[in-house]
Every structure is written in structure tokens, then in C-alpha cells.
Design a protein around this ligand. Structure first.
Ligand code: C2E
Ligand code: MG
Ligand code: MG
Length: 727
């Protein structure tokens, strides 16, 4: 029997006015579960909802207690409440938490075992109908939907909480970053007024945020450009492309200390409001090191003059300008004479001081618009832009010569120097590169050096060819020295008092692989100018001493070997130690060595040379003045030097017979030489007449083709063995 077929006990009697059938239908149509228990807690009403959701039919339920219907599955709170309702008349709401399942009810009655437990709200209350014993009404509501909603709400609430927490953290993090960032960060209104700043900006501008906020950004960064505040029409268009600019600017730190900054200005939207974010970086240190690097790249560290790179650059500009306006310009190449010697004698420290002092004097001599540069070593170059005439260059050269001729006091040492200057002029001609122009000045400078130093020369095309030839010879000569192409020939000297060969002069030859045997006139000048004469001269000295000793060992009667020394060799502080070493190594006694030095050398470096000659004299080496008469020195001057012989130059001997003046000079030299206690030698004796005159005048020694040309060592040995007795 269904619940609908059998009216519940209570309906018929206790519901006056309402048809029991309607009352039952209402109960069974109810969307909540209704259960009524009698005094004994037995079910007297079990509506259709209950039957559907518990799977227990009305019949199965009626007359049984809940514990019987659902053994062990009941919530004890339910039982307690039923007891209370039936006994003491108290009612209660059992599942306020909405999530409890006091009764084993399921969402699906069809598959109730698998079905989802129903979230219920259970109300238990006593029902009292007049005079009838107390009943208990249990009402159950399906609150699953609310439960799901509640769950969703709870989830939303918790993720909201999480989000809030994260937002708070992010903001904190952002603030910490902004506060610790080294760069200045400035938030600026669309009208260019500072809104807020970070500590980086305060530090950079040396102003507190209270002073910075409210200032105009252009007051802080004068070069910055802000877009003008736009109208609403423009807004849509502009906001599609956020404004951004960046640059560098000079600002005043703390209002008065200049400082270089770089900035980036970005447009941004903060909570729907247009703002600008300006990040500022202090780049003063970077700028300073950039400047240092720039200076290092363009200026000479020692003298602070422009270096070669900057000079080339300036020269290029100057050339471009004269090409444009045809103005005359001059380029000077300047080299200090004997700078290497100063370095060797006084050390590099003094050398450096000298270069600095020379730089200063050069700057004083030149105009502001001219460029004075140090190209390296003791080489300087000057660009004279816009000259009025050629003589302007000569005037400057003379001014420089004069300025540098004054002694330099460096660390209490008095230093003398002089420049050799090459000048090239240029006026609008097209096609010359800075390199070529500088080369011309360099060539002219070499000519100035060859011309006796402390002088200047203007460049000419012939000079160029000459210099090129010399450079070529120099290159070949280096090879010759390495490959052993040098030879020595020997020319006998005859002592007229005993008519015997008492000496030979060693004369250098170059056995050129293509050009054959070359005399010194072909290469000695280049060797001297390039400094190659120093190693070559040492070779000559060693070879001559070795040969002389070898002849002695081979039984050839003892004789001196005369070796020619160049002035350049005399500037080499190693000269005397080298001579000692050679004598020691070859085993030749010093008295068998004679050194020939030119008159011009003696005149050029009096102090230094006298000292060295004295040392050589003390060693026992004989000293002779070569080519006497060509250097315009007076014989009386010879007193000062410890030389024992004077060699009259060939040019005077040649014309003894036809030129009475030459004959007179020869006679005078012999006479004066003797009166000063020096022996006199005549070279270039080719004829019997010449020999006769010399003998007549009391000349001590003779040398010349009349007796023998210079000979290779073997031929000379044969000559010495056969022709010892000459006349
Ligand atoms: P010098 O020292 O005056 O040498 C004498 C020169 O006169 C030699 O020329 C010699 O061959 C030449 N001569 C000798 N007798 C006669 C003669 O009767 N008639 C003519 N016309 N000439 C004669 P050479 O060998 O060509 O040397 C030329 C110069 O080269 C030398 O002049 C000397 O100053 C220099 N020289 C030669 N060898 C060396 C060397 O090893 N070192 C240095 N620094 N210079 C050297
Ligand atoms: Mg000589
Ligand atoms: Mg000579």
C-alpha cells in the first residue's frame, strides 16, 4: 500500500476544514521530506519525497523506528533531537553547516547506492495536536545546490584572499626595488611636473623628495623634451603609440655640481591616468673614462701633444681646407739631433723630461691654430695652417731652432739639443694624401740632418728621389752586413825616413752581388745617416785587427793597421769598450792599431771627443787626423788633441805641381805639424814629382797609387813580403 492510498493517522482527525485527501496530496507533493514519529518514535508519516530519496517505501517505513529503517547509519544528533522533541518538547535544527548528512538520503533514488549523498538541512520539532500525545515532525530539505554555491563562494573568497595577498607582496616588492635601484626614477605628470621620486633620484640630484616633487622636469633635466599635454581628440591616436624618448644631458647636481646623465622617458598609463616615467642614470664616471680613452687614443701620454693618429686627422682636414680655399699651408717634420745619445748618456728619465720640455717650447713658438704633434720617439710634426708666404714657414723653423738652442735644465743637468727640420708647403693641389705630405716633410728633414743638423730644408722633388735611393741602399746594406758581403782592402803607408812600409790603411769595400766591388763613396754616407756605420765599423775594426795579427803570426814584419772611424761611431758610448774587446779577442797589441778620425769630427764635439781620444792615447792606440785641410780648422787648434799624426788631404797633394797655393799649404802643414810635435802624412801620392816635393818638405809618411792601390789581404801580404824596402 502506498502512502497516498492510506491516509496518515493524523490527517483525518486533526485537520478540520481541510480535506484529508488534499492534505495527503500536499504532503506527498512536497519538495521537502516529511516524517512524523509517534510517541514511541515509530513512523506514522513518510511522504513520497522521503520514499524517493531514501529508497525506503512508505509501507516499509510506517510503524518502524528510524533506527530500524536505517540501522547504524543515523546521525546521533538526530536521535538526540527526536528524543528531546518527543520528551521535553524541544526542537532543533540539525545541520546548520549544510554539509552534514544526518539521514542516509541520496540524490538519485534509482541508483541510490551509487547516488550522491544528499546535503540536507534537517529540522526536528515536536508536534502537538489537541489532546493527542506528542509527535515529532522531522523535515528534511535538499540543500545540495546551496552547498555547491557555498563551496564556490568559499573558493572564490579564498582565491580572492590569495590574490590580495599576492598583490600586496608585489607592491612591496616593487617598492623595495624602486627604493634600492641605483638609477633615479621620476614619475611625472602629463604637464611635466614631478609627482614622485625614488631615493635614487634624490641621491642623483642631491635634493630630497620634498623639494623634487612639484618641480618641473625641465628644471632638473634642461635638455629633456616632453610632448605637450594632448587634447581628448588626440588621446585615442596618441595612446596607441606610447611616447618614448631617450638622451643624454648635463645637469647640476645639488644645484651647482655639473654631472652627466642619461635618461629614458616613457609614457605610461597608471589606473587610467596618463603619466610619464623618467629613469635617470648618472654617467659621469662613464663619461670621464670615455674622455680618458679618447685622450689616450688621440694624445701622447708623455707630452700631452696630439699623437700621430690625431695629427693625420688634422692634416686631412687642413688639406681639405686648402683644396677648398687655396690657402698656403706648411707641414714640418722635426727630429731632435743626437737624442739617442742623450738617452744613452743620461738615461731615459732625462730623455723623457727633455721631450716634455721641448714640447712646451714648441707650443710657445706656434700659434693657437697650428697643430704640434709628437709622432713618436724624438719626432715631432707641425701643421701651419693659412701661411701668408713661404717665408712664414722659414720664420717658424728659425724661431724653433732658436728656442731649442737654449740649454735645458733637467734634474740639475744641463742638456743641449738642436732640431733638424723638414718643411713641405702645400697650396690647394689635389691628390696628395696626409701620408704623402708627411713623407715629403720627412725627406726634407733627412736632408737637413745630412746638411749638418740644427738646420731646416724645404722639400723638393729631387730630394725625394735622392732619399728614395738612399733608403734602398740602406736596405741593401743591412743585408750586406748580415750576408757577409763586406771586404777590407789594404793600402800600404811608407815611412820616408826608413823607406819602409810601416803601416797599412784598411779600406772598406762592398762586394755587391750584382754591381761588383763598390768603393765607400757608394755607401758610407748612407751607413752613417742610418746608424749602420756602428755595426759596420765594429766589423772593420775586428777584421783589420785579426788580419794584422794573422800577418804577424805568419811572419810578415810588424806594421800598424790604420782603421777609419766615423763621427757617428764616436757618439757611441760603447766605442772604447768595443775597441778594448777587439784588441783582446784578436790578440793584437794596441800599438799596432792606428785610428783615423776626420777633422770635422774633432771640431763638432770638442769636449767629448778630447776625453775619448785621451783615453785611447793612454791605451797606446795611435791617433791620426784624416783629410786634414778640408775642415777649415787651424793647425794650432790641434794642440788640444792627443793625435800623433796629421794626414794631408789628397786634394792638396794632387795639384802640388801646378797649383802654387796647394804647394804652399802642404809646405805649411808639414812645417807647423812638426813644430807642434806631430808627424805629417801625405795621401794620394801618384807621381814621382809629388813624392819628390813631399820628401823635400820633410813629409814623414806617404800613401798613394804611386806605391800601391788598396789591395785584397792576400795581394797585400805578397806585396808586403816582396816590397818591404820601397825606395
Ligand atoms: P780616406 O780615409 O782618406 O782613405 C783614402 C782614400 O784615398 C781611399 O779611398 C783610397 O783608395 C784613396 N787613395 C789612396 N791613394 C790614392 C791615390 O793615389 N789617388 C787617388 N785618387 N786615391 C787614392 P777609398 O777607399 O775609396 O775610401 C774613401 C773614403 O772612405 C776614405 O777616405 C774614408 O774616409 C772612407 N772609408 C774607407 N773605409 C772606411 C771604413 O772602414 N770606415 C769609415 N768610417 N770610413 C771608411
Ligand atoms: Mg783614412
Ligand atoms: Mg784621407
Amino acid at each position: 500500500m502506498k502512502a497516498s492510498d492510506r491516509p496518515a493517522e493524523n490527517f483525518s482527525d486533526s485537520t478540520p476544514g481541510l480535506d484529508p485527501g488534499i492534505a495527503e496530496a500536499v504532503v506527498n507533493a512536497s519538495e521537502i521530506g516529511d516524517v512524523v514519529l509517534d510517541q514511541d518514535a515509530r513512523v506514522v508519516l513518510w511522504n513520497a519525497w522521503m520514499a524517493r530519496l531514501s529508497g525506503v517505501s512508505v509501507d516499509a517505513a510506517l510503524g518502524r523506528t528510524l533506527s530500524q529503517i536505517f540501522p547504524q547509519l543515523l546521525d546521533t544528533r538526530l536521535l538526540v533531537n527526536i528524543d528531546q522533541a518527543l520528551g521535553k518538547g524541544m526542537a532543533g535544527m540539525l545541520s546548520p553547516g549544510l554539509h552534514r548528512h544526518p539521514l542516509p538520503l541520496y540524490r538519485s533514488s534509482a541508483e541510490r547506492i551509487k547516488g550522491q549523498r544528499l546535503h540536507q538541512m534537517v529540522t526536528v520539532k515536536p508536534v502537538r495536536v489537541t489532546d493527542a500525545p506528542r509527535h515529532c515532525l522531522i523535515q528534511i530539505q535538499d540543500v545540495s545546490a546551496s552547498f555547491v554555491r557555498e563551496g564556490m563562494l568559499r573558493e572564490q573568497a579564498s582565491s580572492l584572499n590569495r590574490l590580495m595577498a599576492e598583490l600586496g607582496e608585489n607592491e612591496l616588492r616593487l617598492r623595495t626595488i624602486l627604493e634600492n635601484i641605483q638609477d633615479g626614477v621620476i614619475v611625472v605628470s602629463p604637464y611635466g611636473v614631478v609627482n614622485s621620486v625614488n631615493p635614487g633620484a634624490e641621491k642623483l640630484f642631491r635634493k630630497g623628495s620634498d623639494r623634487l616633487v612639484g618641480m618641473e622636469l625641465v628644471q632638473l633635466i634642461p635638455d629633456i623634451i616632453l610632448p605637450s599635454p594632448f587634447t581628448e581628440d588626440e588621446e585615442a591616436e596618441t595612446s596607441a603609440r606610447p611616447y618614448q624618448s631617450a638622451g643624454e644631458s648635463a645637469v647640476l647636481r645639488g644645484g651647482d655640481i655639473p654631472c652627466a646623465i642619461s635618461y629614458v622617458l616613457n609614457e605610461l598609463w597608471l589606473g587610467g591616468q596618463r603619466m610619464f616615467l623618467c629613469t635617470v642614470e648618472d654617467i659621469s664616471v662613464r663619461k670621464q673614462s670615455e674622455e680618458r680613452i679618447r685622450r689616450l687614443a688621440h694624445y701622447d701620454a708623455l707630452t700631452d701633444l696630439p699623437n700621430r693618429a690625431l695629427f693625420q686627422d688634422r692634416l686631412e682636414h687642413a688639406l681639405a681646407q686648402t683644396r677648398r680655399d687655396g690657402v698656403l699651408m706648411g707641414v714640418m717634420f722635426l727630429d731632435l739631433d743626437r737624442f739617442k745619445n742623450i738617452n744613452d748618456v743620461h738615461g731615459h728619465h732625462i730623455g723623457d723630461l727633455l721631450l716634455q720640455a721641448v714640447s712646451k717650447r714648441l707650443r710657445v713658438c706656434t700659434r693657437e691654430m697650428d697643430t704640434v704633434a709628437r709622432l713618436g720617439g724624438d719626432e715631432f710634426a707641425i701643421i701651419q695652417s693659412s701661411l701668408k708666404s713661404e717665408s712664414g714657414a722659414a720664420v717658424l723653423a728659425e724661431k724653433i731652432e732658436k728656442a731649442l738652442s737654449r740649454p735645458f735644465m733637467l734634474d740639475n743637468i744641463e742638456i743641449y739639443t738642436s732640431p733638424s727640420i723638414g718643411i713641405t708647403l702645400y697650396q690647394g693641389e689635389a691628390g696628395k694624401t696626409p701620408h704623402e705630405v708627411l713623407k715629403e716633410a720627412d725627406v726634407a728633414m733627412y736632408q737637413a740632418k745630412a746638411g749638418g743638423r740644427n738646420t731646416y730644408r724645404f722639400f723638393s722633388a729631387r730630394m725625394h728621389a735622392d732619399t728614395q735611393h738612399k733608403r734602398h741602399v740602406e736596405k741593401e746594406l743591412r743585408r750586406a752586413l748580415q750576408q757577409g758581403e763586406l771586404r777590407l782592402h789594404y793600402q800600404p803607408l811608407i815611412d820616408l825616413t826608413c823607406n819602409r812600409v810601416t803601416a797599412v790603411e784598411a779600406l772598406l769595400r762592398w762586394e755587391h752581388p750584382k754591381r761588383g766591388l763598390l768603393p765607400p763613396s757608394e755607401f758610407i754616407e748612407v751607413a752613417e745617416e742610418s746608424g749602420l756605420i756602428v755595426p759596420m765599423g765594429l766589423w772593420v775594426l775586428r777584421e783589420a785587427c785579426r788580419q794584422n795579427r794573422a800577418w804577424q803570426d805568419a811572419g810578415v814584419p810588424e806594421l800598424r793597421v790604420n782603421v777609419n772611424l766615423s763621427a757617428v761611431q764616436f757618439r757611441d758610448p760603447k766605442l772604447i769598450p768595443d775597441i778594448c774587446k777587439v784588441l783582446k779577442q784578436t790578440g793584437l797589441e794596441a800599438r799596432y792599431l792606428s785610428l783615423e778620425i776626420t777633422e770635422s769630427l774633432l771640431m763638432a764635439q770638442v769636449e767629448q771627443t778630447t776625453e775619448m781620444l785621451r783615453e785611447l792615447d793612454q791605451m797606446g792606440v795611435e791617433l791620426a787626423i784624416d783629410d786634414f785641410g778640408t775642415g777649415y780648422s787651424s793647425l794650432s787648434y790641434l794642440k788640444r788633441f792627443p793625435v800623433s799624426k796629421v794626414k794631408i788631404d789628397r786634394s792638396f797633394v794632387r795639384d802640388i805641381h801646378c797649383d802654387p797655393e796647394d804647394a804652399a799649404i802642404v809646405r805649411a802643414v808639414i812645417g807647423l805639424g812638426h813644430s807642434l810635435g806631430r808627424k805629417v802624412v801625405a795621401e794620394g801620392v801618384e807621381t814621382e814629382e809629388q813624392l819628390g816635393y813631399l820628401k823635400e818638405q820633410g813629409c814623414d809618411e806617404v800613401q798613394g797609387y804611386f806605391f800601391s792601390r788598396p789591395l785584397a789581404a792576400d795581394d797585400c801580404e805578397a806585396f808586403l813580403r816582396n816590397r818591404l824596402q820601397m825606395v
